[in-house]
Design a protein around this ligand. Sequence first.
Ligand code: GAF
Length: 376
Amino acid sequence: MTACDRAAHAFRTVFDAEPDGLWCAPGRVNLIGEHVDYAGGLCLPMALSQVTAVAVRRRDDGRLRLHSEGFDPVDIDPGTGRVDGWGAYVAGVVWALDPPGFTGVDIAVVSEVPVGAGLSSSAALEAAVALALAELCGLPTDDAGRDALAAVCVCAENDYVGAPTGGMDQQIALRGRGGYALLLDCADGSVDHIPVDLARHGLTLLVVDTGTGHRLVDGRYGERRTAVEDAVSRLSVRSLRDLHAPEDVDSLDDPVLRRRARHVVTEIARVQDAVARLRAGDIRDLGPLLDASHRSLRDDFEVSCLELDTAVDAARSAGALGARMVGGGFGGSVIALCESSRVAQIEGAVTAAAGRHDLPRPRFLHAVPSPGARRC
Ligand code: GAF
């Protein structure tokens, strides 16, 4: 059964009615361009085939009722009540979108995107709900409409949930295309779709979920964002994007700010390099860029951890062409670009390395560039 079928089934069981419709939105991995979205940088995420599905039915009493197996149910009046935890990602979208003629909804949620794995399960939930409400309330859902919905989801996450994230995850969840990564220019909001044909090159993008949860509301993500803003103000530039060479950050006296800024400047350059290599059809050449991105996130931005480094090192030693942590960091997942013929061997090596360090047993997904949010 697909996630959408399961959401429909859960809806009938819990709410004893037929949903008005089913929608889903994908998780994501970011090929490269990490921790630069809130710095006006470039990132290159792609949507996964794993989705979060919602079954939705309008109500007429203004209430918001939510069900997701294994999580506390929610039943509030979003006009007056607040909700914390997983329901905040849905209530936040209702609050931020404030859809015309909203008279309440029942929603059943089923997710194939692992929660807390750095694969953007929260943005997938926000995007699926935003698209459902937009369609039910007659709001535009063309590309411009989706751009606006992504902004609504960021507002929900920043101002309702309280996670100071950038906009990359919501953009890819709503605007991803099958077979393409999304080149997102966070300075002016423009996008381009870059073909990523892994299968034609005999390659697999392996995702290693280290089983170590990551959270974006625990302060460390926000500290990194504040450090970047601090560096911008001390360097008297509008954005670190205005710097052209890593040496331009050397005038920062504070060594920590210098490292943080160097990550942003070098990571943006790596995205430009990656896009040029993809356009030239040289997907294998992404390997060294992934490695360099990981070193920068580990040493300059300091958002990696033992679990992520262990998975990256094991994948590389077992023959991956390149590997790096993805998402906010401090736990979560790693991507490894692999010859498809070596995937089993690399998965075995990563699992063995986790065992040697007494870490949780990792789980594996294969990232296939997939479409963004849609009705199912
Ligand atoms: C998380 C955030 F939600 C994104 O906005 C982005 O900053 C990412 O971490 C790091 O690149 O996924």
